[in-house]
Write a protein that binds this ligand. Structure first.
Ligand code: SF4
Ligand code: SF4
Length: 325
């Protein structure tokens, strides 16, 4: 394993040519767990290539291994569940309850429409009862844009789900049930300023639909899977990569999410982040490759980087928690 110097934040790193600067993890604060690729939607921009016909699902046995690691590592304070639609996993409630019983903050990355799928309609009450933070996709407050990216009728069902969550106390300014929304551009451009966009979302959603939420996360589209296919079909792949590369903000390398997060695949394999997972780039060779083999060397591991990493450092930066600057 080639030793890579730690970035200490004192001097911004330089990106040379197409090479993203080397970096290491600082610690593991968040375990991001992919519960499977099954989803009730098939969005155009999906970097997971998720959909109703996917069969990759985390088993209860693998969940138990994850829970055992959490039990032994109290410094991992947050469990961030991704998919597909994580709620489509038949053991979703088991996993959430067990993580909460261990005192972890639990985040459900929810597509909203899954809350109307047969057999899942009890989930809003379940999530509220277990004090689960919800991060929900809503790429626009205009119906046409949402339906174009996520499918016909998604906007109307998303609003209905948000109203239901609001009625349970989610999104209230002084409450503890967090409802955060995710914006991502509908086209091949960078997101606008997150703070300004959040203010516009709050105004529009409240005045048009009576909906409240806590924070807006603006996320850059990653040139991976379906979004990459779309870019290629439009002949805009190189143009978009150049936009990400020329918008590189070196000060953000210190803050990219892989430095404090470890990603667990549906089959228990380990990755530096969800994007590396979708590109089938596991953690560096020589390190434990599965959650069952977890050891503390992973907390200071060298990160596996590539051109896609410029998606995290372009402009104001991007992560699962929104803009980085
Ligand atoms: S973007 Fe989210 S909701 Fe859409 S298909 Fe992918 S996993 Fe499902
Ligand atoms: S794509 Fe993943 S590995 Fe690359 S900078 Fe972003 S979070 Fe880190």
């Amino acid at each position: 394993m080639t030793p890579i110097p730690m970035l200490n934040g004192s001097a911004p790193p330089a990106a040379t040519g197409h090479g993203f600067p080397p970096m290491r993890a600082r610690h593991i604060h968040t375990l991001q767990v992919n519960l499977g690729k099954l989803c009730n939607q098939t969005c155009h921009h999906c970097h997971v290539d998720a959909g109703p016909s996917r069969t990759e699902i985390m088993t209860r046995e693998t969940m138990d291994v994850v829970l055992d690691i959490l039990r032994r590592h109290p410094d991992m304070t947050t469990v961030d569940m991704t998919g597909g639609a994580p709620e489509m996993n038949p053991h979703f409630e088991y996993f959430v309850s067990a993580c909460r019983a261990l005192g972890r903050t639990v985040i459900d990355r929810c597509n909203l429409t899954v809350l109307f799928v047969k057999g899942k309609t009890h989930l809003p009450e379940f999530l509220a009862a277990h004090r689960v933070d919800i991060v929900a996709s809503l790429p626009c407050y205009l119906e046409e844009n949402v339906d174009q990216q996520r499918g016909k009728g998604v906007f109307t069902r998303s609003l209905a789900a948000l109203r239901q969550l609001n009625a349970l106390g989610y999104g209230a300014e002084d409450g503890d049930l967090m409802l955060n929304l995710v914006y991502n551009p509908v086209g091949a451009h960078l997101p606008p300023d997150q703070r300004e966009l959040e203010a516009a979302y709050k105004d529009e959603l409240l005045s048009r639909f009576g909906i409240r939420f806590n924070r807006l996360y603006s996320i850059t589209n990653m040139p991976i899977n379906r979004f990459l296919d779309d870019l290629r079909a439009q002949g805009r792949h190189e143009e978009y990569l150049n936009l990400l590369i020329t918008s590189f903000n070196p000060a953000l390398v210190e803050h990219v999410m892989c430095r404090t997060l470890l990603s667990v695949g549906w089959d228990g394999r380990l990755y530096d982040c969800d994007f590396n997972q979708m590109l089938d780039l596991p953690v560096e060779h020589g390190l434990p490759q599965t959650i069952a083999e977890f050891d503390n060397a992973l907390s200071a591991r060298p990160i596996v980087v590539g051109r896609h990493c410029y998606g995290c450092t372009a402009g104001a930066g991007s992560s699962c928690g929104g803009s980085l600057s």
